[in-house]
Design a protein around this ligand. Structure first.
Ligand SMILES: [Zn+2]
Length: 280
């Protein structure tokens, strides 16, 4: 968390005030918590962006990307508890950075907020950006990849399908929560060896992946019981009410109304599934 739908929601939330805006100033907020990983170090970062215009606001897998008029690129990766806000932060003590912006003669602020401080905030030259995140660093976006390409990529790994879906070099944007939901929708057992999936079954996963991720974007992502994830206006997402398996161990499956949802651990992460709907 946040995964593709949450980051897409953040990007859509900040775009109206950031796209084409001029950065008057980027400043660090007073904060005595564990600092975010930032590069280059602050004076250089802040000086290089001052006065630049933001040419585009994009999502790259689970990152927010701001392309600047100077050709530099700002990348914020929320990781676990990071947020980008245009108003009213959940708490003042976890505010990290403030963009002071000017757009159509109006002044706005956009804040980077992070409760646990595990996010990363980086400024790249265009070339550094390509080296770090272009080429083969990330797989195709989960909303862009074709079923055929997904089948081809899954065909090369002996890992289980659930673990493979979390590999950002294989397909980018899916995380632990949506992987369980996607496999439930596709009726695929999470321990199925990825390379053994037929094209037909991968097509089911592909269809489910698109459906679930797009629906989750419509609902502005999932705010779990810890309440951390918020949209850019500091409101809850609402896709959590649509979850069928995630974090529902022991409850009756809403798809078959018979079996209880089970939890297993795969590479130290919880997976939730219905043993009846998702047979081995
Ligand atoms: Zn079921």
């Amino acid at each position: 968390m946040p995964e593709l739908p949450e980051v897409e929601t953040m990007v859509r939330g900040i775009r109206p005030v950031m796209d084409r805006a001029k950065i008057l100033e980027l400043r660090a907020c007073p904060c005595d918590r564990k600092p975010l990983s930032i590069s280059p170090i602050q004076p250089e970062f802040f000086e290089r962006v001052r006065g630049c215009s933001i040419d585009s606001v994009e999502r790259l897998a689970k990152r927010v990307v701001l392309r600047l008029s100077s050709d530099d690129v700002i990348v914020f990766e929320p990781r676990m508890t990071g947020l980008v806000l245009v108003s009213d932060p959940p708490s003042v003590e976890h505010l990290r950075f403030e963009f002071r912006l000017s757009l159509n003669k109006l002044r706005h602020s956009v804040w980077i907020w992070d409760r646990r401080g595990l996010g990363t905030f980086r400024l790249f030259t265009k070339e550094e950006f390509e080296n770090a995140l272009g080429g083969y660093a990330l797989g195709p976006d989960a909303l862009q990849i074709s079923a055929k390409d997904l089948h081809h990529r899954l065909g090369k790994t002996q890992r289980s399908i659930k673990v493979a879906l979390l590999d950002q070099k294989l397909v980018a944007g899916v995380g632990n929560l949506y992987a369980s939901e996607i496999l439930h929708e596709a009726k695929i057992h999470p321990q199925t060896v990825a390379s053994k999936l037929s094209l037909k079954r991968v097509q089911r996963i592909h269809t489910a992946m698109n459906r679930i991720l797009l629906e989750a974007i419509t609902y502005e992502g999932s705010t779990l019981s810890d309440g951390t994830y918020r949209n850019a206006l500091n409101h809850d997402g609402s896709y959590q009410s649509k979850h069928r398996v995630y974090s529902k161990e022991g409850t009756t499956c809403v798809s078959c109304n018979v079996s209880k949802i089970r939890r297993i651990v795969q590479t130290q992460r919880s997976t939730f599934f219905c043993p009846r709907c998702q047979r081995k």
